[in-house]
Design a protein around this ligand. Structure first.
Ligand SMILES: [Zn+2]
Length: 88
């Protein structure tokens, strides 16, 4: 048996992101940009190019993300296997 109550709690949620490269502000109202923005966070370890034991964050809009890594990306087409005719 479960006993349930209705409770209220305060939840922190991100309402906008500012691209660290170009300064573009992306809000949840811009659904396409919101879905495509890239947010990273990490911490440099011993021997890393990043400072050791220092936490870092990086927020990028889709355009800046593409400018920085687009030439290194390997593309795959979704659904290729599904498009092939079945053997009979
Ligand atoms: Zn940007």
């Amino acid at each position: 048996m479960r006993t349930k109550e209705t409770i209220s709690k305060i939840v922190e949620c991100t309402t906008s992101i500012t691209c660290d490269r170009c300064g573009k502000v992306i809000t949840r109202d811009d659904i396409v940009e919101w879905q495509e923005q890239q947010c990273f966070d990490g911490c440099g370890g011993y021997g890393s190019a990043f400072p050791d034991s220092v936490r870092w964050t990086l927020d990028l809009c889709d355009s800046c993300w593409y400018c920085l890594v687009g030439e290194f990306v390997k593309y795959e087409t979704y659904g290729q296997e599904d498009d092939e005719p079945e053997d009979e």
